[in-house]
Design a protein around this ligand. Structure first.
Ligand SMILES: C[S@@+](CC[C@H](N)C(=O)[O-])C[C@H]1O[C@@H](n2cnc3c(N)ncnc32)[C@H](O)[C@@H]1O
Length: 215
């Protein structure tokens, strides 16, 4: 299975927990920033339904085609090519979401602040970002040299505070396993390392659930 599908599988639980905590429902207007192939955009679209809207934003123009393919059955998904640093949406959103984005951007605080600025008063910002070095293969720490801010998950509470957000909840979850299965497959797709029978703890994903100030 390719990495995108595996990520959706092994990290599905934190996404579901976060969306339940918000009470995401029909008619919500959302932005999925750093949407990539659109897994999260589609998950959001299924909940907000035809009366809602999901702006799938990514700086890579190729993501637009991928999202269009993934969301072919969901006309409420609108793909936009834009950098998170320049986020400007056609309307204020109820929820601005990102997953595995802030570890790649130049300045995570700028992007989180732009996301907060895109949300209506009293709306929601949710970020799901890893603490890569807390992942383990056979008890040894994981590394991810290609990302800019590999442990940005650990900084989310402070980044939210600095963006003027009020944090409702923040927690970490890490899929773990030993031997063949989705966790080992994900690790192999991410790093090229086959862990064999060694125990694996994937990078904990920190979920931040925060709100903008009400009017
Ligand atoms: C690891 S993928 C995550 C995809 C998706 N959020 C998920 O969880 O499956 C990171 C995505 O962020 C996009 N990206 C990187 N820097 C960005 C930026 N400054 N603004 C918007 N998107 C960006 C990349 O093009 C890529 O599609």
């Amino acid at each position: 299975m390719e990495l995108r599908g595996l990520r959706d599988d092994v990290y599905r639980r934190p996404l579901a927990t976060a969306l339940e905590r918000l009470g995401l429902g029909p008619g919500w207007v959302c932005a999925d920033v750093g949407a990539g192939g659109g897994d999260v955009s589609v998950a959001l679209a299924e909940v907000v339904g035809r009366d809602g809207r999901v702006y799938a934003v990514d700086s890579d123009p190729q993501a637009r085609d991928e999202v269009a393919r993934a969301a072919a059955a969901h006309s409420q998904v609108v793909a936009i090519t834009q950098a998170g640093e320049d986020l400007r949406l056609p309307e204020p959103v109820d929820l601005a979401f990102c997953r595995f984005l802030l570890l790649h951007v130049l300045d995570p605080s700028t992007v989180l602040a732009r996301m907060a600025g895109a949300v209506r008063p009293g709306g929601w910002v949710v970020a799901q970002e890893p603490i890569t070095s807390a992942g383990r293969i056979g008890g040894r720490p994981l590394s991810m040299p290609d990302a800019r801010h590999t442990d940005v998950g650990a900084l989310l509470p402070a980044l939210a505070r600095d963006a003027g957000l009020s944090t409702t909840d923040v927690w970490a979850e890490a899929p773990a396993g030993a031997g063949p299965g989705p966790v080992a497959e994900y690790l192999a797709a991410l790093t090229g390392v086959d862990p064999g029978d060694e125990p694996v703890v994937l990078p904990p994903l920190v979920t931040l659930v925060a709100r903008t100030a009400a009017d």
